[in-house]
Design a protein around this ligand. Structure first.
Ligand SMILES: Nc1nc2c(ncn2[C@@H]2O[C@H](COP(=O)(O)OP(=O)(O)OP(=O)(O)O)[C@@H](O)[C@H]2O)c(=O)[nH]1
Ligand SMILES: [Mg+2]
Length: 473
């Protein structure tokens, strides 16, 4: 049998959410009160592992190199009813079209087709409750606090499926590849579709501005494919994702087969795999019409097609005859075909994450200073004790990871501009410069003022999947 083509892109990764922080055992200490009430805060929730669709990605190749993804642990609670901070989430970028399964149960967790979909695949553990929560009228001084719960962990199996609009199906040698080459090569604007590993089988057909669709040339179907014979299921799985089918039939019967029978068996195979495939809009391309033998078969093939409710277009991938008509027809079917259906998702535990909390915006205030906005930024700034040098440094590192400086500069901020973070004012400087250069940019009048930990050169960082390692994973 033909070896499996590099058609299915797969990867297995291990995801582990952060453990919740422990609750604290602590008692208030006040003057003249020998022993105050319990004031141990709760531990923070562990971070989640979140898959994020990144439309710039086209393969799962990156995930084969880095296989373990862990989110940060929640902070421990502290005295004074201070709760631990939430563990940092870990983001794993995946290409559109990624189907996510639990490796061990096989259950489909998500079908990530939308360009901005995000899904939590491992939830962080709950933080433990501090002893303040355990006080009762009878037990005023509880000496116990909960431990944080472990985060979810599991192995995932990721599969990249084609998201082609049109699938070319047919017997080996019917001329599917020739057809694809022809409709892709005939127009100079056609670009190789960027799925590198899948490139030989995918083409973008561009019929005019804004009128393009993706065609998949699917390896030849043979009888028994639905049982896994030949490329079997691999192939049929991809057919499932297309919206329109083109049945490519060798009308000249060059292999000595009966074209009419070919079409019938083709339909049988599709039906046996999944009956609904028969209802998918389709058109029969009677290929090889340039060969004299073809004419004799045409009327019977046409009749068979009509019985299935399919229109037939005679073509020749060799000469180009009939291709415009075929593509017109395909376009018309696509216009009416429903968008491809996502796969049914098995597990309800998985939820869709909200909008990306990492997004940062820079705003220019009326007084000419800059401020940063975004869910994470705002939370962090609110959380930071600006009198604590360590805390401020922590905040700046976080902001650097989010690419805050790039955002500021993209928004028009220049060296020497002031950036306000809570009560602190920073001067934007040249991060690549020497330490001397950095001194220049030291904020004026800020006790123990800081700048973004300059040396780490922000823009390359904080990218793919590298985020989210908590402090003590
Ligand atoms: N005369 C003629 N030959 C054709 C035409 N289209 C394809 N062929 C020939 O038919 C043979 C098979 O073509 P392919 O395009 O490789 O067929 P395929 O359907 O992709 O085959 P598999 O990949 O094996 O499933 C090649 O020798 C082509 O040159 C056509 O319109 N006219
Ligand atoms: Mg081929």
């Amino acid at each position: 049998m033909t070896p499996l083509p590099d058609f299915v892109d797969e990867a297995e990764i291990y995801v582990e959410a952060g453990t919740g922080g422990n609750g604290a055992v602590s008692f208030r200490r006040e003057k003249y009160v020998p022993r105050g009430g319990p004031d141990g805060g709760d531990g923070g929730r562990g971070g989640d592992v979140i898959l994020v669709v990144d439309p710039a990605l086209t393969t799962l190749a990156d995930l084969r190199y880095r296989r373990h993804y862990r989110a940060g642990r929640g902070g421990h609670g502290e005295g004074g009813n201070r709760h631990g901070r939430r563990g940092e989430d870990c983001y794993v970028p995946v290409p559109p079209g990624t189907v996510v399964r639990d490796r061990d149960t096989g259950a489909i967790l998500a079908d990530l087709a939308d360009p901005d979909q995000r899904v939590v695949v491992a939830r962080g553990g709950r933080g433990g409750r501090g002893n303040a929560r355990f006080a009762t009228p009878r037990r005023k001084a509880p000496r116990l606090a909960e431990k944080g719960e472990p985060g979810e962990r599991r192995w995932l199996k990721l599969e990249l499926r084609l998201l082609a609009d049109v699938g070319l199906v047919g017997w080996p040698n019917a001329g599917k590849s020739s057809l694809l080459a022809r409709i892709s090569a005939a127009r100079p604007k056609v670009a190789a579709y960027p799925f590198t590993t899948l490139a030989p089988n995918l083409g973008v057909v561009q019929r005019g501005p804004g009128r393009s669709f993706v065609v998949a040339d699917i390896p030849g179907l043979i009888e028994g494919a639905h049982q896994g014979v030949g490329l079997g299921h691999e192939f049929l799985r991809h057919v499932q994702r297309t919206r329109v089918l083109v049945y490519v039939v060798d009308a000249a019967a060059t292999e000595g087969r009966d074209p009419q029978q070919d079409l019938a068996t083709l339909r049988d195979e599709l039906e046996a795999y999944e009956a609904s495939l028969l209802e998918r809009p389709g058109v029969v391309a009677a290929n090889k019409m340039d060969l004299p033998a073809a004419a004799a078969h045409l009327s019977r093939l046409e009749e068979a097609a009509r019985r299935w409710g399919l229109e037939l277009v005679p073509i020749s991938a060799a000469t180009g005859e009939g291709l415009d008509r075929l593509l017109d027809r395909v376009e018309a079917l696509l216009a009416r075909a429903p968008a491809s259906q996502p796969l049914p998702v098995a597990e309800r535990k998985v939820y869709r994450a909200g909008p990306d909390p990492r997004r940062v915006e820079a705003r220019r205030e009326p007084d000419g200073t800059w401020t940063l906005h975004g869910p994470l930024v705002e939370r962090w700034v609110a959380m930071t004790d600006f009198d604590n040098e360590e805390a401020v440094r922590w905040l700046l590192r976080r902001l650097e990871r989010l690419g805050a400086e790039d955002v500021l500069r993209a928004a028009g901020a220049r060296n020497g501009d002031t950036v306000r973070l809570g009560p602190m004012e920073l001067l934007l400087g040249d991060a690549t410069g020497s330490t001397d250069g950095e001194r220049e940019g030291a904020p004026a009048g800020e006790p123990g003022g800081h700048r973004g930990d300059g040396g780490e050169g922000g823009s390359e960082r904080g990218g793919r999947g590298e985020t989210g390692h908590g402090p003590d994973r």
